[in-house]
Design a protein around this ligand. Structure first.
Ligand code: ADP
Length: 928
């Protein structure tokens, strides 16, 4: 059909074109032309077909578009310049709540709520004035109750005569936004007013906000400071909690928050200080898509709760400790009589473990044979008809303990229970026994009287003895009836009694049966024996003590007057260095009366220095607690100086503290004067010694001169005597030769005497000469004593041979000395050793030497006749001989010579000897 229309239209068009010239066409050409036309037509028909097809497609799309246009939730409007609706889609009509046809040509602004009309007008103006898309949000006011929030987008295309406006209902979104805002507001109010400290952190862990309670808790005023804080860097949050948060776990923990430390770390600018306990709950908050959007901290200050908990725990611990330290057995029983708790005394003393007891009937701790009785009493206890049980308890090992149990009802962990307090009365029994014993053997008079009728029920032996009653006279009587207590005594005792009527050591005068007054110390007390009240009275007789106190006081008085009137000054010092007491003698020395000085300081009497010197000694005694003494000089108001030796003595209390210092002075003036005399003499003594030394030196000098003269004289005498002696000897010799046979025997004997005397004289003179010549050379050389002795022995060969002496010579020194003199020394000593031998015994002589640090010691020892003790000094004196010349020849010069030689060398010589057993001559020669 459509193709026919097209053909028709084509024919019409062809008619209008000028006719084409086809006469000169050949047949072939016409055939070709016809073919082309057919081809063209087919082509056209194909195109036509295709067009039809496209049209159909377009129709479908068009339908679709109209559907979309009408039924899309967006409202489409075409508005005129004046804001009239030219065209609109179905949704638009629906949104405006009216029929599409009726809405055309109506003003769009009519539907807009008054408050948003200015927005719409502005929007419309802008849309028409530009080519850009514009949008706004306005409220449609559809009827009195219905309002709709819409979003308008408008554009004025083409000629700008109309504009296209889309309208989207955003009421839902707006409502959601409003709801969100409201919720947030509500939430803000809640958090702001919440007593719980709340903090929000963003997903990165940075602090976003905190509520006032939080600021208050942490004492923060400057929130800027705190917003730098990252929870993952916060040192106050434990690392494991941070890890849990990272892993998406909520955390809940309690921690101590130390403001001081926090301030140190500079994490919070807080004004508070000290520590608080916090309960912290950190929850991870999530958005609607379940993604993490932050952290919510809920923090509560639980310090008070903690403290209360601690207190409670402490109370509990105290209670438990108290419970366990009580010596009594404490049981907690349930209402069936089963044990639910005990203290350590129960387990400790009964020997059960707690597990063995808990949950078991309390009857198990009673002896089997009395369980029936116990069961009955426990039953009565449970129903409250009794509170007391006398049945003993039994240890696990079977030992019975006498007890008294009292019970009371109460609650334990909220359940009704019975508390049992079981008292071990074995101690009470024991103490009653002890009391009874003590009562009877007490040396003080003791009595026990009934508090109700005051009659004695028991008194001890000492009571009978003190008051002189017979045994049957006291029991059942009162103290008044016995006449022991005179009225005055009652008054004193009552005055001493405390509020309970107890009296401790009140002094009282009691009367014995015979009327004698006894001075006593009385103690009295109320006591309970088996729940009955008694009065126990003990009386300590101090009559004797009183007597001795009196005599002591008397003797003290005597002693006091002794001191007071003693001729020696006696006084004492208080710790404050004042005189505690001074006696007459002391005060008199200074011209005072005793009462004028007591309480005064020594500064009152003495010069400052003197007072301090005396006080120094006193202080020393106070400090050391040791006795002391000091010599003092007193210049009395009249008369000569006096000297005193003052002995200071500490008087101490029981703990060794010095209470005061007593001083007794002795007059030592005479001794002092004598001492002064001696001192003066001593001072002149030195001078006198010096003078005497001078005198002695002068005498020595004279002596030396004298000695020199004697030496000279000896020399001259001995030398000059040689001459007449020699003459005498020669002429005696001539006389003997010339007159031999001419003289009678008598004459010959005389000649022999003369000759012998001359010889002796010769010997003496020779010895004397040697002696006087000693040391004359005065040249010391090195002398080998070994050689000297060898020569001496060689010279003495004859006499040694005769004596058959056995002489041993040990190593001798080579020393510096006078050679000739040393030879003489050895010669004399060896000669004597040989000479003074014992006839009957083989002679042994030992010559030896030893080297000491500064000297040589040489010994010549023999086993000869020895020397008497008394002679050991004398033998060294010139011409002193201890033997008769007939017995032992000699001059008595030898040892003097030896002594002089040794002394010449600066040494000494001495002899050690046992009479009859031998002698050892020892000399020392200093080393040079
Ligand atoms: P003399 O030998 O000439 O008598 P001395 O002066 O040598 O004189 O001796 C004095 C005295 O000492 C001797 O007379 C003798 O009594 C006593 N005496 C000396 N040496 C010894 C000795 N070795 N044993 C006993 N007596 C001695």
């Amino acid at each position: 059909m459509e193709s026919e229309i097209l053909r028709h239209r084509a024919e019409e068009l062809l008619k209008k074109k000028p006719p084409r010239q086809v006469s000169r066409l050949s047949g072939a050409e016409i055939e070709k032309l016809i073919y082309d036309i057919d081809l063209r037509q087919t082509e056209l028909e194909l195109q036509n077909e295709e067009l039809r097809h496209l049209w159909a497609k377009t129709e479908v799309i068009n339908d679709k578009y109209t559907g979309i246009y009408d039924f899309t939730p967006t409202g489409y409007f075409m508005l005129s310049h004046e804001g009239k609706i030219i065209e609109l889609n179905l949704s638009g009509a629906n949104m405006l709540g009216n029929d599409r046809m009726r809405l055309k040509n109506s003003r769009f602004s009519y539907f807009i709520a008054d408050e948003t009309k200015p927005i719409f007008n502005l929007f419309l103006g802008t849309v028409f004035s530009g080519r850009e898309k514009e949008s706004c949000e306005v409220v449609l006011s559809l009827n009195e109750n219905t309002q709709m929030f819409v979003h308008l987008t408008g554009i004025a295309p083409g000629n700008g005569k109309q504009c296209l406006v889309t309208m989207i209902d955003i009421s839902e979104r707006k409502r959601a936004e409003e709801a969100l805002r409201e919720r947030e507001e509500r939430y803000r109010i809640i958090t702001d007013q919440s007593p719980v400290a709340i903090e929000f952190y963003n997903p990165e862990g940075l602090l976003v906000s905190m509520n006032p309670a939080c600021m208050e808790l942490f004492g923060i005023f400057d929130t800027e400071e705190i917003y730098r804080l990252s929870l993952f860097n916060d040192p106050n949050i434990p690392d494991e909690n941070k890890n849990d948060l990272r892993q998406g776990k909520n955390v809940h923990y309690q921690a101590v928050f130390d403001f001081d430390k926090v301030r140190e770390l500079n994490t919070y600018q807080t004004s508070k200080s000290g520590k608080i306990w916090l309960d912290i709950l950190i929850s991870i908050t999530k958005d609607s898509s379940n993604a993490r959007n932050g952290y919510l901290f809920q923090i509560q200050d639980i310090t008070e709760r903690k403290l209360a908990e601690d207190m409670l725990q402490q109370t509990r611990d105290n209670y438990e400790t108290f419970f366990n330290t009580i010596d009594d057995f404490l049981f907690v029983l349930d209402t069936q009589g089963n044990i639910i708790h005990t203290n350590n005394t129960v387990t400790g003393r009964l020997g059960y473990t707690r597990e063995e007891l808990l949950g078991k009937p309390v009857l198990m701790v009673h002896p089997p044979e009395r369980r029936e009785e116990a069961a009955r009493i426990v039953g009565e206890m449970l129903n409250g008809s009794t509170a007391f049980c006398p049945v003993p308890v039994l240890t696990k090992s079977g030992v019975s303990i006498p007890v008294e149990t009292r019970v009371s009802h109460g609650f334990w962990d909220g359940n009704p229970v019975i508390f049992g307090v079981t008292k071990d009365i074995s101690k009470v029994q024991l103490s009653e026994e002890k009391f009874s014993k003590l009562f009877h053997i007490n040396p003080s008079a003791c009595g026990l009287s009934d508090m109700e009728n005051h009659q004695y029920i028991e008194v001890n032996e000492a009571f009978y003895k003190l008051f002189g009653f017979e045994k049957n006279e006291v029991i059942g009587k009162t103290v008044m009836e016995l006449g022991i207590l005179p009225v005055e005594a009652i008054e004193t005792i009552l005055r001493e009694a405390d509020s309970n009527g107890n009296v401790i050591e009140a002094a009282a005068d009691l009367r014995a049966k015979n009327g004698e007054i006894k001075h006593v110390l009385l103690s009295s007390e109320n006591i309970f024996i088996q729940e009955r009240k008694y009065r126990y009275t003990a009386v300590h007789d101090i009559t004797e003590r009183r007597k001795s106190e009196v005599s002591l006081r008397e003797s003290e008085d005597k002693y006091r007057s002794l001191i007071q009137y003693s001729s020696d000054p006696i006084f004492s010092f208080n710790p404050d260095e004042t005189y505690k007491f001074v006696n007459e003698a002391f005060a008199r020395v200074f011209g005072f009366k005793p009462e004028e000085l007591s309480g005064k300081s020594p500064h009152f009497i003495f010069s400052y220095d003197e007072a301090e010197r005396r006080l120094g000694a006193v202080r020393q005694v106070f400090k050391s607690g040791q006795k002391g003494e000091i010599e003092v000089k007193v210049v009395p108001k009249s008369g000569n100086d006096l000297y005193f030796l003052t002995m200071l003595d500490p008087v101490k209390n029981e703990s060794g503290e010095v209470l005061f210092v007593t001083c007794i002075s002795k007059d030592i003036t005479e001794r002092k004067l004598a001492e002064n005399e001696i001192r003066k003499l001593n001072e002149t003594l030195e001078q006198r010694v010096a003078e005497r030394t001078c005198q002695l030196e002068a005498a020595n000098r004279d002596l030396a001169i004298h000695a020199g003269e004697i030496g000279q004289f000896s020399y001259i005498a001995s030398h000059d005597l040689q001459e007449p002696l020699r003459t005498l000897t020669n002429f005696t010799q001539l006389l003997r030769e010339e007159y031999s046979g001419k003289l009678e025997d008598e004459g010959n004997r005389y000649i022999d005497f003369i000759s012998a005397s001359a010889n002796k004289m010769h010997e003496l003179v020779k010895g004397l000469l040697e002696y006087s010549l000693l040391g004359k050379e005065r040249v010391m050389t090195m002398v080998d004593c070994n050689q000297v002795v060898a020569e001496v022995l060689a010279d003495m060969a004859d006499s040694i041979c005769v004596s058959q002496a056995d002489i041993t010579v040990q190593e001798l020194p080579v020393l510096t000395g006078y050679a000739t003199e040393l030879r003489l020394l050895f010669q004399n000593l060896i000669d004597n050793a040989v000479k003074f031998r014992k006839k009957e015994l083989g002679t042994e002589i030992k010559i030896s030497a030893e080297s000491r640090e500064n000297e040589w010691i040489v010994k010549i020892a023999d086993n000869g006749i020895g020397i008497d003790e008394k002679n050991r000094e004398k033998i060294f004196i010139l011409f002193k001989r201890m033997h008769n010349r007939n017995e032992y020849a000699g001059t008595g010069i030898g040892l003097s010579l030896c002594k002089k030689i040794v002394e010449l060398h600066g040494g000494t010589i001495w002899v050690e000897s046992t009479s009859g057993e031998g002698s050892t001559f020892i000399f020392s020669i200093p080393k040079r």
